[in-house]
Design a protein around this ligand. Structure first.
Ligand code: MG
Length: 244
């Protein structure tokens, strides 16, 4: 049995080597179809031509409260800012897998520490949180600091800028897949780049990201992008997504 397997492997290898030796023309390995469509890149962090702009600094038209009521966060100077107690806001539109760009800023005046300092959050499909927190010289549990996948994955490094400065998140989110019986058949994944620094490298999403308890895996389809009101005046600007 073992010998047959070895012979089979040797035959396959020699067949491959024979075929590979037949390719002498470089054009034989060129692939021309399909051709990627052209996308005009934005200047700096501006949205590329095929992006959906979710916040351009002027209004909250693309956003609402979780109960569909009008979003009450404040829009000033090209940014939206959490108004404590008005609640989380989410996009009116639902998304599957996306490339997401957004910029965030925690308050310049530091009034608290740990999880109480510049806390907010970016929730993919409304349930998977990439933490937003002022983690500049502000120790908290590692799987709850800025750029953590909340209570699941510690960021590779702490790339936080000081409070009051704008910071960027570029996120690649691949949604989980569920079969018709509601069983998860493929985990979702997240890659996060903060201020140009890789902080989450294609990590597996274990499920929802609750404050208390373990991740859960309820079956779901597309979902909104949600931003958290955690009681701190965190600001956001320049939010766009590309559907993948
Ligand atoms: Mg949070």
């Amino acid at each position: 049995m073992k010998l047959r397997l070895i012979l089979l492997c040797l035959c396959s290898l020699s067949a491959y080597m024979y075929l590979a030796a037949q390719i002498t023309d470089p054009k034989a390995t060129e692939v021309w179809e399909p051709e990627p469509r052209a996308v005009t890149a934005g200047i700096g962090t501006a949205a590329p031509s095929d992006a959906i702009v979710l916040f351009d600094g002027t209004n909250l038209d693309n956003w609402m409260k979780l109960d569909s009521a009008t979003a009450k966060w404040q829009v000033t100077n090209g940014a939206m800012t959490v108004v404590k107690g008005t609640g989380d806001i989410q996009t009116k539109r639902n998304f599957g897998s996306v490339q997401l760009h957004l910029e965030w800023r925690t308050p310049a005046i530091v009034e608290s520490e740990g999880q109480g300092r510049g806390n907010s959050g970016v929730f993919l499909q409304g349930i998977y949180e990439v933490q937003v927190l002022d983690s500049y010289q502000n120790r908290t549990y590692s799987n709850g600091q800025a750029a953590s996948i909340y209570k699941q994955h510690i960021p590779l490094v702490n790339a936080c800028r000081p409070p009051g400065e704008w910071q960027t998140y570029d996120i690649i989110f691949m949604e989980p897949e569920f079969n018709v019986d509601g069983i998860k058949v493929r985990s979702g994944s997240l890659t996060v780049i903060q201020n140009g620094v890789l902080v989450q490298n294609n990590i597996e999403i274990k499920g929802t990201t609750p404050y208390i308890g373990l991740p859960k895996n309820p079956a779901h389809g597309k979902g909104p992008l949600k931003l958290q009101d955690h009681g701190n005046a965190v600001s956001y600007r320049n939010i766009w997504v590309r559907e993948l």
